[in-house]
Design a protein around this ligand. Structure first.
Ligand code: NAD
Ligand code: UFG
Length: 349
């Protein structure tokens, strides 16, 4: 019988790609999403893509009554939820500086409410969407999981706080397991071109900005700084294909079910850094689309460079990223060119 897992935020960019991988791996995912940054149309596309029905509930993770009902229903159906994969949250660094309470409320309070509902339902395993941003300014590179945590903005602090909450939650019951996945920079889209990243308004992140310039929605890209101490002066990040990242969640759920209980953290990245200009050039070559750009001043709060040491994920989870930057560009472009307005063009169900 298929194992039921609860996926919070399963209609979002990373959650929807993870949903595809969980369905393909034979799980029975149940999505809870309030659609504050997504649409139910995403779930319909996942159904079309995979050929599996998707069970979903419109709801907020801060609504404990709703969560209790979701856990109870799965139990009554004879397929109790075994593990939670917790993507739901807010993720814009700049917005977190302007509206910190929204971030502490959604990301930290929301996670605490979710854990209470899990306790009530006797669910002992969780996989959490953390972020490389918990490390802050790199003292050494690549970041290993033992690098001190010193997040530099409210968003990053919410992630570090939830990791601390999860450590205490695990310490208080010897049967509990939490797996914190510290993502580096996910980009691209499912190779089908049916699901992808669909930011509302002006993209905050580099890759969706590049694809929107390439498709003609924006005139040119602003490159934030070319005077960093990097090979070409532009910022360096560890970009990984969102489908590789999605697969990391399947591996993490498997790990949580076989490892002795406890609280764990894993970097999910490729271990390779790519500069802004390298990414632009690779995109242009892989897709044949020009990406006009101009060099502007540095963006406040950016680090010059960061990349992961993914050895622990490789050794313990059996996970590694296999897709290249070219793959990320080609797949991201397929999504953007086939869906110039993202999910906005789909009729709402
Ligand atoms: P996303 O905004 O596309 O997805 C988040 C989903 O959660 C959305 O569908 C949104 O509607 C939902 N949601 C938000 N608050 C909710 C709430 N209170 N209750 C129920 N649903 C809620 O973001 P994403 O890029 O898919 O990121 C997923 C997770 O990964 C987030 O926790 C994010 O902080 C983390 N993360 C993302 C990145 C990245 O670069 N995208 C990097 C590191 C970590
Ligand atoms: N950049 C530009 N122009 C843009 C956007 C970004 O030049 O329009 C540059 C940035 O200065 C940086 C690089 O592109 O050097 C990557 O920037 P992103 O905004 O795409 O990614 P960040 O590494 O700044 O942050 C992202 C997420 C965070 C997350 C972090 C680590 O936004 O939430 O990755 O996972 F914490």
């Amino acid at each position: 019988m298929a194992t039921s897992i609860l996926i919070t935020g399963g209609a979002g960019y990373i959650g929807s790609h993870a949903l595809v991988e969980f369905l393909a791996a034979g799980y029975r995912p149940i999505v809870v999403d309030n659609f504050c940054n997504s649409s139910p149309d995403v779930l319909r596309r996942v159904e079309a893509l995979t050929g599996f029905p998707v069970v979903w509930h419109r709801g907020d993770v801060r609504d404990e009554g709703m969560l209790n009902a979701v856990f109870s229903q799965a139990r009554q159906e004879g397929m109790p939820i075994d593990c939670v994969v917790h993507f739901a949250g807010l993720k814009a660094v700049g917005e977190s500086v302007a509206q910190p309470l929204d971030y502490y409320d959604n990301n930290v309070h929301g996670s605490v409410v979710l854990l209470r509902a899990m306790d009530r339902a006797q669910v002992k395993r969780i996989v959490f969407s953390s972020s490389a941003t918990v490390y802050g300014e790199p003292l050494s590179l690549p970041y290993t999981e033992s690098h001190p945590l010193a997040p530099a903005n409210p968003y990053g602090r919410t992630k570090a706080m939830v990791e601390a909450v999860l450590a205490d939650w695990c310490a208080s019951d010897a049967a509990r397991t939490a797996v914190n996945l510290r993502y580096f920079n996910p980009i691209g889209a499912h190779p089908s071109g049916k699901i992808g990243e669909s930011p509302r308004g002006t993209p905050n992140n580099l890759f969706p900005y590049i694809t929107q310039v390439a498709v003609g929605k924006r005139a040119k890209l602003s490159v934030f700084g070319n005077d960093y101490p990097t090979s070409d002066g532009t910022g360096v990040r560890d970009y990984l294909h969102v489908s590789d990242l999605a697969m990391g969640h399947v591996k993490a759920v498997e790990y949580a079910s076989r490892v002795a209980p406890g609280c764990f953290a894993f970097n999910l990245g490729t271990g390779r850094g790519t500069s802004v200009l390298e990414l632009i050039r690779t995109f242009e070559t892989a897709t044949g689309r020009p990406v006009p750009y101009e060099i502007l001043a540095r963006r406040p709060g950016d680090v010059a460079q960061m990349w992961a040491d993914p050895t622990a994920a490789h050794e313990k989870l059996g996970w590694w990223a296999s897709r290249s930057i070219e793959d990320m560009c080609r797949d991201g472009w397929r999504w953007q060119s086939q869906n110039p307005d993202g999910y906005a063009e789909c009729p709402t169900i």
